[in-house]
Design a protein around this ligand. Structure first.
Ligand code: UD1
Length: 429
């Protein structure tokens, strides 16, 4: 299993290109199941999760082609992917595939909407809390599907198609909003989705569904109004930049010190996180190219942050902020309100010398003068990158084990950081 070796203490200077958003790419790929025509996606990141989803969709009969490089493109230009679900040959998503990636459960909406049936294994995925799928099932029931649960599988049936309905979520859920949007796009009549997630990736999927022929109003707000179409059609869509990757490298630059431009990043996708960095004393500037992050010699001020649905501070940047605050001058408080049990990075950060106390859903981080390199273990996608951030500022060598978690969501991480001067390398085997 690959590891990542970091020699801490080097500043970061240069440009980091931001890739297409993983969390938009996955549902966009899944949306291809809604039409027999081809869906063309540009700026698709090269990630293990994308490859795995290609595999899962192929299993349903989706033909997927990835275009080669064209003139003027470099290795950081995202891929173009063409997905054609002309013939869906199998409406079952088996355990051995769905258990590898939670988001693949989301095939259930499009499959039942278009084919009138789906059999999808209950998911596994990141070890961050219980993460149930009850909201997804409530959505499908509201749209007229019959749902049964049998031997770890959800069986959804709607032989005469889905029918538009009013759906009110008790809690904001990104995934269940995707399910509602995709299923409602092929349901007869109007659906109203209330307390919908407003995450930019949800809006990106809604924009794509609109191009495919659904009528969707209220994009970017918490009430979405969808007029379903009888058939959806071919479309071309460019995946938006990854705000979590952007925030992660912003925190890496803030941690290591230096001056880094995050090329292609869009500040409005992570305004709250940028505000937090500014409060911590980091220089944040919006440029023509993207976002510039600089810290030269100034010490970090502690912050108090609570994770919230968009536009609040994202849970997917919580671990990274905690790593950063482990070097602040004073005590920070970070409260996790979205997922239980999303503090697995705490004990690993402690191995590097961070002083973190947990009290229920709140972590108190007492900043320390110095962190010291050590072997650490990646536990989930975002937690693992927090260890890399800490390693950038730790004295000596940090070896991050189980980096397959990183490869799920960060494209060429070690290369992007090394180009800016970090002493970081992948050790194979
Ligand atoms: C998505 C993101 C993930 C991010 C999360 C929150 C993708 C591929 N993943 O995950 O990176 O951390 O949004 O921004 O886009 N819940 C239920 N029942 C359900 C569904 C969710 O109780 O049926 C709860 C969850 O346990 C959690 C909360 O709702 O407490 C929010 O989860 P949700 O927004 O659904 O997360 P995901 O879509 O799985």
């Amino acid at each position: 299993m690959d590891r990542i070796r970091i020699q801490g203490g080097r500043a970061l200077n240069g440009t980091i290109p931001i890739s297409g958003a993983k969390n938009a790419t996955l549902p966009l790929m899944i949306a291809s199941l809604l039409t027999e025509e081809t869906l063309n996606l540009d700026n698709v990141p090269r990630l293990a999760d994308v490859t795995l989803l290609q595999h899962i969709l192929s299993n349903h009969g989706v033909d997927i082609m990835v275009s080669g490089k064209r003139a003027g493109e470099n290795e950081h230009t995202g891929q173009s992917m063409h997905l054609s679900a002309k013939n869906i040959v199998d409406t079952t998503a088996p355990y051995h595939l769905v258990s590898k990636m939670r988001a693949s459960f989301w095939v259930i909406g499009p499959l039942v909407a278009r084919m009138g049936e789906a059999k999808v294994s209950m998911p596994g995925g990141c070890a961050i809390g219980t993460r149930p799928v009850d909201f997804h099932l409530d959505v499908l029931r509201a749209l007229g599907a019959e749902i049964e649960i049998e031997a770890g599988y959800v069986l959804a049936k709607a032989k005469r198609g889905l029918k538009g309905a009013r759906i009110t979520f008790p809690k904001v859920s990104v995934g269940a909003t995707h399910t509602a949007l995709m299923a409602a796009s092929l349901a007869a009549g109007e659906s109203v989705i209330e307390n919908a997630a407003r995450e930019p990736e949800v809006s990106d999927v809604a924009e794509c569904l609109r191009k495919m022929g659904a009528t969707i109003e209220g994009i970017g707000t918490s009430t979405l109004r969808v007029q379903g179409a009888k058939r959806l059609k071919s479309a071309r869509h460019t995946v938006l930049p990854d705000r979590i990757e952007t925030g992660t490298y912003a925190m890496a630059a803030a941690m290591a010190g230096g001056d880094v431009t995050l090329a292609g990043a869009r500040p409005e996708l992570l305004q709250e996180a940028l505000d937090v960095l500014q409060k911590a004393g980091v220089t944040v500037a919006v440029t023509n190219e993207g976002i510039r992050i600089a810290r030269n010699g100034v010490s970090l001020a502690p912050v108090t942050v609570s994770t919230q649905p968009f536009p609040g501070f994202p849970t997917d940047l919580q671990a990274q902020l905690m790593a950063l605050m482990s070097r602040a001058k004073g005590t920070s408080k970070i409260t996790e309100t979205i997922f239980e049990n999303r503090f697995m990075h705490v004990s690993e950060l402690a191995r590097l010398g961070a002083k973190i106390q947990l009290d229920g859903d709140t972590a108190s981080i007492e900043g320390v003068e110095r962190l010291k390199g050590a072997p650490v273990m990646a536990t989930d996608l975002r937690a693992s990158v927090s260890l890399v951030i800490a390693g950038l500022a730790a004295e000596g060598e940090t070896m991050v084990h189980r980096v397959y978690h990183l490869d799920r969501g960060f494209e060429r991480l070690e290369e992007k950081l090394a180009r800016c001067g970090a002493a970081i390398e992948r050790v194979a085997g």
